[in-house]
Design a protein around this ligand. Structure first.
Ligand code: SF4
Length: 179
């Protein structure tokens, strides 16, 4: 599989509780696996995303699950920091084992997940289902899809719409507008 379009920075986050049968990456289930994401690494990521010569198109977050409980606050803070610091256009893709409905529900009760959703452009959600295995560059089973994340603001509400590449089943949720 590839991690999105163009040349990208990729961050693989340890921690996943979905337990998909046939998971290709069981080593990433333990949230204590891997290396600590240090301030120095974040600074390097900012530099790389700024650098016109490297020409990164964006950042890809996968794992494991970037939305595992142990990762939410850190990922939310990272995306906010990048938004403040990187002064050039880039996009953010995120892979998660939560399906679109549960992801939007989670954003109601978890401030970090809401913030992450505000700062990603594309998500590839849902657990891997071994019986539905497919050969696709961006996901592993046919229940999965690529969704563009679109926000519409009204005076009182913020509406998040997830538009599937396969064209059927736009998923949306409405949240109170943050002041
Ligand atoms: S969501 Fe991904 S990493 Fe987690 S168990 Fe499923 S396939 Fe493995």
């Amino acid at each position: 599989m590839v991690n999105g379009p163009g040349v990208r920075a990729s961050l693989f986050l340890a921690g996943c509780s979905h337990g998909c049968k046939g998971c290709h990456n069981k080593g990433s289930w333990n949230p204590r696996a891997g290396h600590h994401f240090s301030d120095a690494l974040q600074e390097q990521m900012v530099k790389d995303l700024q650098d016109e010569e490297i020409g990164l198109q964006g950042l890809s977050l996968s794992g494991g699950d970037p939305l595992h409980k142990a990762n939410r606050k850190g990922v939310s803070a990272l995306l906010e920091a990048l938004k403040q610091e990187v002064r050039r256009k880039y996009d953010v893709w995120l892979w998660t084992g939560y399906n679109p409905d549960s992801l939007l529900s989670l954003a109601r009760v978890d401030e970090s997940v809401y913030s992450i959703l505000r700062n990603v452009d594309t998500i590839v959600p849902s657990p891997f289902v071994e019986e539905l295995k497919v050969k696709h560059p961006l996901y592993g089973s046919s229940n999965q899809d690529v969704y563009k994340v679109d926000w519409v603001e009204t005076a009182e509400e913020a509406i998040c719409r997830l538009h599937p590449e396969k064209g059927v089943g736009v998923v949306e949720a409405t949240y109170p507008r943050k002041k």
